[in-house]
Design a protein around this ligand. Structure first.
Ligand code: NAP
Ligand code: MG
Length: 475
């Protein structure tokens, strides 16, 4: 094996200010007296990147009022005019892609290879895609004159900060809604840079407002009486609270929650491709992926061969500096998330599963967790049922296709699943019986703005992406 020389991407391309205000009515403003400030850190070094305003109740009122004022003229624009703004935003994102990718890796901890090659291209693609719909809403299958809903309150998580923003903002604006968005507390920066892009694109003030803050700010936003539509991505627990608070208010709601996806490998699968799909399924973005393939279901007859190949492949994964272009696995996003991953992994060992990680040296500072697999996992184990949201794979075996389907569906979640087999007929037969919103066949974690994404059961409801994604923002 050869060694890799360091290949760091320069952070000189991004200029992070020492502090940031809230983005309300086209201006950056400090939080009011009932708000506050907080720091955001680089999880790979624990270095403070910036101090950010935390929106309080009066700020949420101000932002929602700005979005309300902007709504009549924004919603009255012909779709082709709204499209021009969205195309402009998409092109600016492409022009500033390198800057935004470095920023995202700094604030989130994800490898630059992923922010550069996955997040940013998908962010731009999402804006291009929905820009294309803005003047065709009458032909989207929702009647001849579908109307926007009004002010959308949107709350997003930290795992794909800018991409989740794109999933929420692009369809909302295309349909003629105005937006107040709250990014996650640990990853506020790319949303604030997006605010700057909105100004650069000449977007009318108040059409997009960004409120940074913690969970309380999110709660104030979704509970605000003048919000017409709530869109949330995050944990099932918070999703449940939001569903309860929105019930009976007449607000429209979409929820994109957790997952515990089965990645099913049949005995006729191409082993090497499957191994790479398993690695991509669970170690992509440190496993901070709601649709991660966190349960490997492998057919018993090939389990030993497959696990040997998987372990060999895992010894080649490079964990470390997110800005190094050779890094496969970056930092865990926060100390809190690292504690959660550690706690559930310890429970896995205590309940009797066998834990294995390749030898790998973790940096001294920052939040890190080695890629890990658990074998000998049964359905009763907590690591087979609960979302770990980290680079931890639970391996179960099965003998027949029916048993695979039964085990795959034996979860309160239903966001995604994977099937690995040579037979097209088996793909179709099994996919038909899986209760999951997205089923990948002989691939995993592939996203496209044209294809809808969303869950069954406790993974939430509503779809984002594609023509289906318009429905959540139209009356
Ligand atoms: P979370 O608490 O659900 O956070 C998601 C977003 O909601 C964040 O912006 C959060 O703000 C905000 N929020 C928190 N409490 C709220 C409330 N009562 N009302 C409105 N908004 C609220 O998720 P987390 O704590 O970051 O992660 C916990 C677990 O959720 C993870 O371990 C993982 O299992 C799951 N998760 C799933 C996804 C997904 O894509 N489906 C994404 C992230 C996490 P703050 O960030 O400031 O708290
Ligand atoms: Mg951060």
């Amino acid at each position: 094996m050869f060694e890799y020389a360091p290949a760091p991407e320069s952070r000189a391309i991004v200029d992070i200010a020492p502090d940031y205000g809230l983005f309300i009515d086209g201006e950056f403003t400090p939080a009011g007296s009932d708000g506050g400030v907080f720091k955001t850190v680089n999880p790979a070094s624990e270095e403070v990147l910036a101090e950010v305003a935390a929106a309080g109740p009066a700020d949420v009122d101000r932002a929602v009022a700005a979005a309300r004022r902007a709504y009549p003229s924004w919603s009255a624009l012909p779709g082709a005019e709204r499209a021009k703004y969205l195309f402009r935003i998409a092109r600016i994102i492409q022009e500033r892609a390198r800057e935004l990718a470095v920023l995202e890796s700094l604030d989130n901890g994800k490898p630059i290879r992923e922010s550069r090659d996955v997040d940013l291209p998908l962010v731009a693609a999402h804006f291009f895609y929905y820009a294309g719909w803005a003047d065709k809403l009458a032909y989207a299958g929702f009647g001849p004159d579908p109307r926007p809903l009004g002010v959308a309150g949107q709350v997003i998580p930290w795992n794909f900060p800018l991409l989740m923003l794109a999933w929420k903002v692009a369809p909302a604006l295309a349909c003629g809604n105005t937006v107040v968005l709250k990014p996650a507390e640990t990853t506020p920066l790319s949303a604030l840079f997006f605010a700057d892009i909105c100004r650069q694109a000449g977007l009318p003030p108040g059409v997009v407002n960004i409120l940074t803050g913690a969970g309380d700010t999110g709660r104030l936003l979704v509970e605000h009486p003048d919000v017409n539509k709530v869109a949330f991505t995050g944990s099932t627990e918070v999703g449940r609270q939001i569903a309860a608070s929105v019930a009976g208010t007449g607000k429209r709601l979409t929820l994109e929650l957790g997952g515990k996806a089965a990645n099913i490998v049949f005995d006729d699968a191409p082993i090497d491709q499957a191994v790479d799909g398993i690695v991509n399924g669970i170690f992509f973005n440190q496993g901070h992926v709601c649709c991660a393939g966190s349960r490997l279901l492998v057919q018993e007859s090939i389990a030993d061969v497959l696990l040997d190949a998987l372990k060999r492949r895992m010894t080649t994964l490079r964990v470390g500096d997110p800005l190094d272009k050779n890094t496969d696995i970056g930092a865990i996003n926060s100390a809190v998330q690292l504690d959660r991953i550690r706690a559930l992994s310890d429970i896995g060992s205590r309940e009797g599963a066998q834990r294995w990680s390749p030898p790998c040296e973790l940096p001294d500072r920052g939040f890190w967790f080695a890629p890990t697999i658990f074998t000998g996992v049964t359905q009763a184990h907590r690591i087979a049922r609960e979302e770990i949201f980290g680079p931890v794979l639970s391996v179960l075996t099965f003998r027949t296709p029916d048993e695979a389907i039964e085990k795959a569906n034996n979860t309160p979640y239903g966001l995604s699943a994977g099937i690995w087999t040579e037979k097209g007929s088996r793909i179709l037969a099994v996919a038909d019986k899986l209760r999951a919103g997205v089923v990948w066949a002989n691939t995993f974690n592939k996203f496209d703005p044209a294809s809808p994404f969303g869950g069954y059961k406790e993974s939430g409801y509503g779809r984002e992406g594609g023509r289906h994604g318009l429905e959540a923002y139209l009356a």
